[in-house]
Ligand binder design. Structure first.
Ligand SMILES: NC(=O)c1ccc[n+]([C@@H]2O[C@H](COP(=O)([O-])OP(=O)(O)OC[C@H]3O[C@@H](n4cnc5c(N)ncnc54)[C@H](O)[C@@H]3O)[C@@H](O)[C@H]2O)c1
Length: 284
């Protein structure tokens, strides 16, 4: 059990992340509310969670119950939740609206978290007149259950007890939690990954080596299954560019050339795996 009387976890957004998080939080017997504005997403996620359950050994004997709700039932769903995590699309105005709404409808002791990859929780709530900002924080997951790292990060006024609660509860539910001790765009891992992507793009843009050659040497030295260009193709070149633009806005000392190179490729219709051509060609 987590905090006080409330035993469930609510996840807002049943897309790629929300359904995986529903699987994780339910895997030790915790009840989960999965909420989405689209019925189809809710239906598809239940099928997906069943698939995950059949593929992975659950850490507890029985999984918790997953109840699905459309967004109009948000307030009721939150009633018994100690935690709500928003997993809606990565658009700042949307995130701000949802956090403001959650602040108004969630019970006073419910922790409110964002799974945003690129916006710190401080950026999301900047200027919002919340009733209690000390219960708001980030819980940034990767690709659970396969990649179970999760980064827990507060903003300047987050109650440290909520951070401790999340660190413990995440560990108890099969995640590998890491505390991000200062507000950091990109948390811990993505900052380092951003630097690798940027330098790999620059190396290719300067024609020092081709993307294939860079991937090959990277894998040879680090013994990783994928090179940076293979990984960028999976993420999508447009998404990689958006992320890099966000770092550039935030820091001001980011070289332009990797972004120019990405814009050129995107202009040629290369988006990566999703449309069959990026740094590599894929069979659709
Ligand atoms: N996809 C990833 O690998 C990944 C990894 C780490 C973090 N994230 C972060 O997780 C968040 C969600 O990403 P995703 O890839 O799961 O997105 P997604 O597009 O797959 O899913 C978003 C879901 O939110 C729903 N939605 C949109 N507006 C809503 C609203 N107002 N109320 C309720 N539901 C709403 C959509 O119907 C959709 O089902 C983003 O902030 C993203 O940065 C994603």
């Amino acid at each position: 059990m987590a905090t006080g009387r409330r035993l469930a976890v609510s996840l807002l957004g049943a897309g790629t992340q929300g359904r995986r998080l529903a699987y994780m939080w339910s895997s030790c017997g915790c009840d989960v509310h999965l909420i989405d504005s689209q019925e189809k997403q809710l239906k598809d996620s239940l099928g997906y969670i069943e698939q995950l359950r059949s593929l992975h050994e659950p850490p507890a004997k029985s999984s918790g119950r997953i109840r699905t709700h459309t967004s109009d039932a948000l307030k009721d769903a939150l009633n018994d939740s100690w935690l709500v995590v928003e997993c809606i699309p990565e658009k700042l105005p949307l995130k701000r609206d949802i956090i403001r709404q959650l602040d108004q409808v969630a019970p006073a002791d419910t922790i409110i978290a964002s799974n945003s990859s690129s916006y710190t929780i401080g950026e999301i709530i900047a200027g919002l007149d919340l009733t209690d900002s000390s219960r708001v924080l980030s819980t940034h997951s990767y690709w659970p259950p396969e990649t179970s790292a999760i980064e827990i990060m507060g903003h300047k006024d987050t109650d440290p007890e909520h951070i401790s609660t999340l660190m413990k509860q995440c560990a108890d539910h099969g995640f590998k939690p890491f505390h991000v001790k200062r507000e950091s765009t990109g948390y811990i891992y993505n900052r380092i990954w951003a630097a690798i992507k940027r330098e790999a793009l620059l190396t290719a843009a300067e024609e020092v080596a081709t993307p294939e050659e860079i991937d090959k040497i990277f894998k040879e030295v680090l013994k990783t299954p994928k090179g940076p260009f293979e990984q960028m193709d999976v993420v999508g070149l447009d998404v990689v560019l958006d992320i890099e633009e966000h770092y550039a806005e935030n820091r001001g000392n980011i070289p332009e050339k990797p972004r120019e190179y990405l814009r050129k490729l995107i202009g040629e219709g290369k988006l990566g795996y999703k449309n069959g051509k990026g740094f590599y060609e894929y069979d659709k």
